[in-house]
Design a protein around this ligand. Structure first.
Ligand SMILES: [Zn+2]
Length: 174
C-alpha cells in the first residue's frame, strides 16, 4: 500500500466530514480571502495542464453520473440566460484566456490542420460525411485529428461533438 492509497482510503472513509470541514472553512473566510483563493485556483487551472485535465474529467464524470437529473430539472431558458449574462460579465477575462490559448503551439498546429482540411474539402479531396464515425449518430460532424504531423493532416476522423470531446480528453498532452 502506497502512501497515496492510504490517504485515498482515509479520504473515502471520512469524506463527509472532510468536505463539511472544507465548506465550513470556506464559509468563515473573509471576502478578500475568498477572492485570493479563487484567483489561486484560476491561475493553477490556466497554467497546469494536468490539473486542468483532472478538473475537466471530474466535471465530466459528475455530469454523466447525474445527467438525467440535471437535464430534467434544468430550466432551459434560465440556464441560457445565465450563459449570456456570464459571457457579458466575463467578456474581457474570456477574451484574454482565448488569446492565450490561441497563442499556444498546440493551438497554432490545430488551426493549421483545420486550414488544410478546409482546403482539401474545397478541392474535393475530402468529403464531409453526415454520420459520426464513433457512435454512428447522423449529425453535423466535426473534423478530428489524431495527429498534427504534416503528412497526416488530411488523415482525419469525422466525429460528433460529444465523441470528439471524449477523444480529446483521452489524448495525451503533447
Ligand atoms: Zn459520436
Amino acid at each position: 500500500m502506497s502512501r497515496r492509497d492510504d490517504s485515498k482510503r482515509y479520504y473515502e472513509k471520512h469524506k463527509k466530514r472532510i468536505l463539511q470541514e472544507a465548506r465550513d472553512r470556506y464559509a468563515n473566510m473573509t471576502p478578500e480571502e475568498k477572492a485570493r483563493l479563487s484567483e489561486r485556483s484560476k491561475e493553477k487551472y490556466r497554467k497546469n495542464p494536468e490539473y486542468r485535465a483532472r478538473i475537466v474529467a471530474q466535471a465530466t464524470d459528475r455530469y454523466y453520473d447525474n445527467r438525467e437529473k440535471i437535464l430534467s430539472g434544468r430550466d432551459k431558458e434560465a440556464s441560457s440566460q445565465y450563459g449570456r449574462d456570464y459571457r457579458v460579465k466575463n467578456r474581457d477575462a474570456m477574451l484574454t484566456i482565448r488569446r492565450e490559448i490561441e497563442a499556444t503551439d498546440e493551438c497554432k498546429l490545430k488551426r493549421h490542420a483545420q486550414y488544410i482540411v478546409i482546403k482539401a474539402l474545397k478541392l474535393g479531396e475530402l468529403v464531409r460525411p453526415d454520420v459520426c464515425e464513433d457512435c454512428a449518430t447522423r449529425c453535423s460532424v466535426e473534423v478530428y485529428h489524431d495527429s498534427y504531423d504534416e503528412d497526416k493532416l488530411v488523415d482525419v476522423r469525422w466525429l460528433c461533438r460529444s465523441c470528439a470531446r471524449s477523444r480529446a480528453l483521452l489524448k495525451p498532452h503533447r
